[in-house]
Design a binder for this molecule. Structure first.
Ligand code: C2E
Ligand code: MG
Ligand code: MG
Length: 661
């Protein structure tokens, strides 16, 4: 198969004739006569004066002088003009020649088109792609051998200027080979039409057809639309065909690299601007490829590279592609794009679908790791995926089978030395996997409306359990997922849970995450209604979105729950300690109490208390308690434990805001 590398940037410096590839003699020798044109006026005036002088002069000597001047000036001018034209023609000829030499010496299949999309030059290797004679391609319209279904889109794409700030684009079309078969040809198009010295389109072509063993017309290929209309790359259907063919051929190693780009789903982009961004991105990725690699569009807008090499080669290619993605200028700003990649070997005994699924798993794992990550497929990822699939299926019905329950963890006021509330935490005892963490199954429930049903149950169960405790003012905090808030059913669900249980609204705290506050106004309205009812709103995992602290002012919020992240290594890390203080100060300035969760050991407890943190939650006081333990009053059991000795505070502690009641 013939392959090309990215367009040769050396060609940027070459000045060429208006239509590249035509013989230099076809061009007028003196296209640039600007200065000569200006000089022609005084020369004409001198000539006219000379003629008048010859006619009107009194003496013969004077007439002779005028006649000589009349002849000498135009002749000198013509001579100068001739020398200049020769020099320009020489320049032009040399620049055309150097361009043609560059193009001809390139092993790349190159085709050059004029403004009317006719071929003005075709390299030998380009002609070979289609089994044609290069000389006979000259003058032919480029669409002559293009599949009728692809013609309109190809012409449209070639005729539209590239508005995305690059002069590269990738176009793919079915083109008929001399043997009658359809080949899928991908061209990286260099648009030099607006370059006054060039005025042409330069196409660097490559054959991206899956190699079909038997010669002859391939009706399936002709029928299928194999091109992604936006980027011009082969689409997923073309990719699957190609992978199948490569696997059948085998003989040498191939691998897959799946590249996922983040940051494209921007609301500031119009559909046209998004298409331009994608084309620009495609240009960047194409240039980062090695000649023998093959780029296509995958599922959900991902890019897939078929790498001619081992999985280690695929990792190298993937790292290059990921590095090629970055900030991209758009009209009125910059789009901050990042990328991750997953790689897997293309094994002969693994079918195409499974190979893509493996690549996808590796990509997903890279996504979890964050921007820039390149992950290999490992069997462990497949095991994890299988477990996730099983949990997803089993979750539906877990409630009716009685596998779910709530446990309750105390939140302690270290100033008043008492438990102020408990946080309700969901638990799932799976018949096969045993205890499954909510961090594992809540995100699965959030993928479907099941989370609303689960959330409704949690609210009812939590309110009922706490209301049943009898003579106490203990509060209960319930975690509410973003999807549940967005469903619009939170307010009626809360009202129903309070009514059925008889729990006063002031004893219920709804925990949401920061991102929910950035949602549309209906979410804020619902939260405001809940507060009007007397329910308190806590921001869980607070502090992970530091960039948007300003949003807190005026928001329907009563409590901040500091993210556990700030406590990791807090005893030894001054920066973390500074952050713990900063969150406390922020809460104080806004008049909001701060609950610190994840307080695991006495050293951290002392540290936080010395800082002035008042509301703490964590294993140091109590693990989450079963409902029956609550009924026995176990939420205050920690009070009986020996109190940790306070350390001497290095600074005067800030005062935590009191918990509203
Ligand atoms: P979260 O709401 O931030 O809950 C705090 C988590 O920290 C709980 O994990 C709790 O068991 C754990 N924890 C408490 N004390 C300590 C400690 O001293 N050290 C450490 N390392 N961890 C501590 P859990 O129960 O596994 O819950 C994890 C997350 O699952 C919760 O984080 C919450 O986001 C979610 N979740 C739990 N129950 C529900 C629920 O009913 N609905 C929704 N939507 N999400 C829930
Ligand atoms: Mg929580
Ligand atoms: Mg939390």
């Amino acid at each position: 198969m013939l392959q090309v590398k990215a367009p040769n940037p050396d060609l940027d410096h070459v000045t060429t004739a208006p239509v590249l590839g035509q013989p230099a003699a076809a061009y007028p020798a003196a296209p640039r006569t600007g200065r000569a044109g200006l000089l022609a006026v005084p020369v004409l005036v001198i000539s006219v004066c000379a003629v008048l002088g010859v006619v009107l002069a009194g003496s013969t000597a004077l007439r002779l002088l005028f006649a000589l001047a009349g002849i000498a000036v135009p002749v000198t001018f013509q001579a100068a003009l001739y020398v200049r034209q020769r020099s320009l023609a020489g320049d032009l000829h040399r620049s055309q020649s150097s361009f043609r030499t560059l193009v001809k010496s390139s092993v790349d299949p190159v085709v050059i088109l004029d403004d009317t999309l006719r071929v003005t030059f075709a390299s030998e290797s380009a002609a070979e792609l289609l089994g044609l004679d290069a000389a006979r391609m000259i003058g032919e319209p480029v669409t002559g051998r293009v599949h009728p279904d692809d013609r309109a889109s190809l012409v449209g794409a070639l005729n539209s200027p590239l508005t995305d700030g690059t002069d590269f684009a990738v176009r793919t079309a079915r083109v008929q080979h001399a043997d009658g078969r359809w080949r899928l040809i991908q061209a990286t198009v260099r648009d030099l039409r607006t370059d006054p010295d060039v005025g042409a389109l330069v196409l660097y072509c490559r054959d991206v057809t899956a190699r079909v063993p038997a010669p002859g017309f391939d009706p399936e290929l002709a029928e299928l639309s194999l091109t992604d209309p936006v980027t011009g790359l082969p689409n997923r259907a073309a990719l699957v065909r190609r992978l199948g063919a490569v696997q059948r051929e085998a003989g040498r190693p191939f691998a897959l690299a799946l590249v996922g780009v983040e940051g494209l789903a921007s609301e500031v982009l119009t559909p046209d601007a998004e298409a331009a961004v994608l084309r620009s991105l495609t240009g960047r990725l194409t240039r980062a490829l090695r000649g023998e690699d093959w780029l296509a569009r995958g599922k959900d807008g991902d890019f897939v590279v078929l790498v001619d090499g081992t999985i280690a080669d695929a990792e190298t290619v993937a790292a290059r592609l990921v590095a090629a993605v970055g900030p991209l200028p758009i009209p009125g700003g910059t789009l901050h794009l990042t990328a991750v990649a997953g790689v897997t070997a293309l094994l002969a005994d693994v079918d195409t679908g499974e190979a893509l699924r493996r690549g996808d798993l590796a990509l997903r794992s890279a996504r979890n790791a964050g921007p820039g990550a390149v992950h290999r497929y490992l069997d462990a990822l497949r095991i994890e995926q299988d477990r996730r699939d099983a949990l997803r299926t089993d979750l539906d019905g877990a409630l009716s089978r009685g596998e779910l329950r709530l446990v309750f963890q105390p939140v302690v006021d270290v100033v008043m030395h008492r438990t102020v509330s408990v946080e309700a935490l969901l638990r799932w005892r799976h018949p096969v996997f045993g205890e499954v963490s909510p961090t594992e199954f809540v995100p699965l429930a959030e993928e479907s409306p099941l989370i609303t049903e689960l959330g409704r149950w949690v609210l009812r169960e939590a309110c009922a359990t706490i209301a049943a405790l009898g003579d106490t003012d203990l509060g209960v905090a319930v975690n509410v997922s973003a999807r549940q808030v967005r469903s619009g059913e939170l307010v009626p669900d809360v009202i129903s849970a309070l009514e059925t249980s008889g729990l006063p609204s002031s004893r219920l705290i709804v925990e949401i995450t920061e991102s929910v506050l950035l949602d549309d106004s209906h979410v804020l309205e619902d939260l405001t209604v809940l507060r009007q009812l007397g329910v308190r709103i806590a921001i869980d995992d607070f502090g992970t979105g530091w960039s948007s602290l300003a949003y807190l002012v005026g928001m329907p919020v009563d409590v901040l729950k500091m993210d556990q992240y700030f406590l990791s290594n807090v005893e030894h890390d001054p920066a973390r300690r500074a952050m713990c203080r900063a969150v406390l100060h922020l809460g104080s300035s806004l008049g909001l109490p701060v609950i610190v969760e994840g307080v695991t050991n006495p050293a951290v407890l002392n540290l936080l208390r010395d800082m002035g943190h008042r509301f703490l939650q964590g294993y140091v006081f109590s693990r989450p308690l079963e409902a029956e333990q609550l009924a026995d009053g176990a939420w205050e059991a920690w009070v009986e434990l020996p109190a940790p000795v306070p350390t001497t505070a290095a600074e005067a502690p800030a005062q935590s805001a009191a918990m509203p009641s």
